[in-house]
Design a protein. Structure first.
Length: 131
């Protein structure tokens, strides 16, 4: 019982010299703290920490698997798959870790030209509300 609930007793983790389990858990990326939690996000890169506070833009949760589409943007079939998967319900935020947004804006302007940079958050873009 002492080991399980050591985090609740002040000073006990240091006395037992056992780190609490929460210190091993992945933490959200502090760079994206300003983004509204709970809104869908598409991460164009390998860092998945932002999915802890935001739902993923399906089916692109894992960057290694998303390379089947985003790694082959010079192929028509990959561009069509991206448009089909993202187009109907674009995510509220896009986190561009690999600098793909300019190319995506060129290939699919109807979807990606609606994203504007989030002030003071490098690599983050917010979906502009259409009027």
């Amino acid at each position: 019982m002492v080991v399980r609930y050591r985090e609740l007793v002040p000073g006990l983790p240091g006395l037992l010299r056992l780190p609490v389990e929460s210190s091993f858990a992945p933490q959200p990326n502090p760079a994206y703290r300003r983004l509204a939690a709970g809104r869908a996000v598409l991460v164009l890169g390998p860092d998945r920490r932002d999915y802890l506070t935001h739902p993923a833009a399906r089916p692109y949760l894992d960057w290694a698997l998303a390379q089947a589409d985003f790694g082959h943007l010079n192929e028509y079939a990959a561009v069509v798959r991206v448009a089909r998967n993202i187009g109907p319900h674009p995510p509220a935020y896009l986190l561009d870790q690999n600098g793909l947004l300019p190319h995506l804006k060129y290939l699919l302007p109807a979807i990606f030209s609606s994203y504007e940079p989030v002030p003071s958050v490098p690599g983050a873009y917010k979906l502009r509300v259409r009027k």
